[in-house]
Design a protein around this ligand. Structure first.
Ligand SMILES: [Mn+2]
Length: 432
């Protein structure tokens, strides 16, 4: 029985119910922003060009450290995960690539995986290695670390795993490796801080040496958890020191959940842009720690301010090495993962469109005139613009759904998948 996919005609029919309304709202917004000096069609085109990768682990229910409550029709293997990712792309037209996690989604036959992905109209983004848990066939445990372990044999195993990820990535058309390690100490005195960092650099140099010339390595930092006292790669400064020592193919990766509460992430983004070392993002949102909530659900203003930095950098000819990769990295605990990834993609486009509406010449004037109130008002004016008609029109123009979550629900996708995928196996999905 062929697997159910959402029909193009069905999307077009659903769009037809909303088309007139969206067109009229689009014209209205167009007039409004034209008075502010912007062309709505130009902004819509930029939104249409926006792409974000979805994580292979994100289409299953992630859960928390305490429990996972799987939903019906969850993907049972990498091929079913690709099918869900393809459905997200079909509805949003903004997620053409999947970021694969090894070994959770390790393909037996990379050529077959590539062919299946191509038949679904999607490809692959950055590879994600995993040395933060032990696998059944593993010789040495990562309980006390991986790339920074005191024992050279364990470090070698972790290096080897990362190189294996590069090899799989080469076979499926990936161009980047993301490295996040859980290494660190839970107690004062447990880890020699300087020695651990030295061992990390030594390990990363070996991985870097195996990187093809047209590849990048992304060093992902995280403040704490699971190392609750001292994490080896804990902040952007440490990650920057690493990528700076590694060379031109190494960049920092900013996961929005990997900072202390209230940290000014948009400033970190600006710093990394200026230093030519911003590799990309893991998008998610949080209230307290690495909550991995849906992007834009808690701090939409912060997301807008990050995009404000990105839009500013894109139009600044003095900025070099600026080609950030966008990836979602969330855990879906109480929502349908496909719906959550669809709406998170939309929230990213929203932040981007709002940032495109910042009156930059005016802002610069206010900044140089030390007019703090008007500078903030300029940003707020863009942030409070309801850009929904732009997002709807962008999707419609690209062949996606005006209201992707509604179309997903109307298609009966989840119910049909629940029938197609009856046997629930224990998922090894997780949160990084
Ligand atoms: Mn991450």
């Amino acid at each position: 029985m062929p697997e159910f996919t959402i029909d193009k005609t069905f999307i077009a029919e659903e769009n037809n119910h909303l088309r007139t309304q969206v067109q009229s709202e689009y014209v209205q917004l167009g007039e409004q922003i034209q008075r502010r000096g912007f062309s709505i069609d130009a902004i819509t085109k930029q939104v249409q060009a926006f792409e974000v990768a979805v994580p292979s682990w994100g289409v299953g229910t992630g859960g928390t450290r305490f429990a996972r409550f799987p939903g019906p029709g969850e993907p049972r293997n990498v091929f079913e995960k690709l099918a869900d990712c393809a459905a997200i792309h079909q509805l949003t037209r903004a997620t053409p690539r999947v970021s694969l996690h090894i070994p959770w989604d390790k393909p037996d036959d990379p050529a077959e995986l590539t062919a299946v992905a191509a038949s679904l109209g999607i490809g692959f983004d950055a590879m994600n290695s995993n040395t933060f848990q032990d696998q059944p066939d593993q010789r040495h445990s990562y309980k006390f670390g991986s790339l920074t372990h005191v024992d050279a044999v364990v470090r070698a195993q972790a290096v080897e795993h990362n190189i294996a990820c590069i090899e799989i990535g080469k076979a499926i058309g990936s161009k980047a490796l993301t490295v996040w390690i859980a290494d660190g100490g839970n107690f004062p005195g447990q880890v020699d801080t300087r020695k651990a960092f030295h061992r990390y650099l030594e390990s990363l140099r070996k991985i870097y040496a195996a990187l093809p010339n047209d590849w990048k390595v992304f060093v992902e930092y995280k403040l704490y958890e699971p190392a609750f006292y001292s994490t080896v790669i804990n902040d952007w400064g440490t990650a920057y020191a690493v990528v700076n020592q590694l060379g031109p193919k190494a960049f920092c990766l900013v996961d929005l959940g990997h900072h202390a509460p209230n940290v000014n992430i948009e400033m970190i983004v600006a710093r990394l842009i200026q230093l030519g070392k911003l590799g990309g993002f893991h998008f998610n949102d949080s209230k307290y720690g690495d909550d991995d909530l849906d992007t834009g659900s808690i701090k939409p203003f912060q997301l807008f301010l990050i995009f404000h930095e990105l839009v500013g950098a894109a139009s600044d000819s003095s900025v070099e090495n600026f080609h950030p990769s966008y990836m979602l990295d969330q855990s879906h605990n109480v929502t349908d993962p496909v719906e959550a990834l669809i709406s998170s993609t939309e929230e990213l486009q929203r932040g981007y469109a709002q940032a495109l509406l910042v009156d930059r010449p005016a802002l610069q004037e206010y900044q140089e005139g030390n007019d703090a109130l008007m500078a903030l008002k300029t940003l707020k004016g863009a942030f409070t613009t309801d850009v929904t008609p732009i997002l709807q029109m962008a999707r419609m123009n690209s062949g996606g759904a005006i209201d992707p979550v509604a179309v997903f629900r109307a298609s009966g996708y989840r119910k049909k998948k629940a029938k197609e995928r009856p046997a629930a196996t224990s998922s090894r999905s997780g949160i990084i």
